[in-house]
Design a protein around this ligand. Structure first.
Ligand SMILES: Cc1cc2nc3c(=O)[nH]c(=O)nc-3n(C[C@H](O)[C@H](O)[C@H](O)COP(=O)(O)O)c2cc1C
Length: 179
């Protein structure tokens, strides 16, 4: 699909970018009033030596100022069962952390049940149009081996489909049916 006017171009850009399948994370940080956090998919690895990753946060968001002021943030990569957390942290709900299973790493809140997590010190902060790009130096990280991620595609949440195990099941079913 093509685009002509600037408005068409923006809509097409959003549609095209929504076809870039991503994982879903919750970025958390500390404030004097307690933890702050938001859902984010604009997360990428930057460097292995030193260990660095980046997150892109909208300039008008409360979490943007909180990260800038604290100089630290954590990224929790959500599992397929954590869609409700993604929705809650994408809203402006009063207490996003109420009733949530949390643990801390380097004094930063990390979600229980996450597929992976990273704790970071802000190394650089760049202007990126209407977003701020925070480059974080990773001070700690971890992951769960047998956990499926939540994925985001075309504005919808989903999960990975393991085609090889489906094919194996179909094969076993055919074998059983032929006996
Ligand atoms: C799947 C998904 C991914 C998102 N990714 C980002 C992102 O990478 N950066 C961003 O600034 N907002 C992103 N958002 C929107 C924020 O989560 C949303 O604006 C939220 O209200 C911010 O919280 P705050 O206003 O309390 O800071 C995303 C929302 C969803 C549902």
């Amino acid at each position: 699909m093509g685009a002509s006017t600037a408005q068409d171009m923006r809509a097409t850009y959003r549609g095209a970018m929504s076809r870039f399948t991503t994982g879903v994370t919750i970025i958390t940080t500390r404030t004097p009033d307690g933890p702050a956090g938001m859902t984010a998919s604009a997360v990428a690895s930057v460097s292995l030596d030193p260990l660095m990753l980046l997150v892109c946060v909208g300039n008008t968001l409360a979490t943007r100022n909180a990260i800038s002021e604290s100089g630290v943030f954590a990224v929790s990569v959500l599992s397929r069962s954590q869609e409700q957390h993604a929705l809650r942290f994408a809203s402006r709900c009063e207490d996003k952390f109420a009733g949530l299973g949390l643990r801390t790493d380097h004094d930063l809140p990390v979600l229980e049940g996450a597929v992976a997590h990273f704790a970071c010190n802000v190394k650089e902060e760049f202007a990126g149009g209407d977003h701020t790009i925070f480059v974080g130096q990773v001070v700690s990280c971890g992951y769960a081996v047998d956990s499926d991620p939540l994925v985001y595609f075309g504005g919808k949440f989903g999960s990975l489909c393991d085609l090889s195990s489906h094919a194996q099941l179909a094969f076993e079913w055919q074998l059983a049916a032929s006996m």
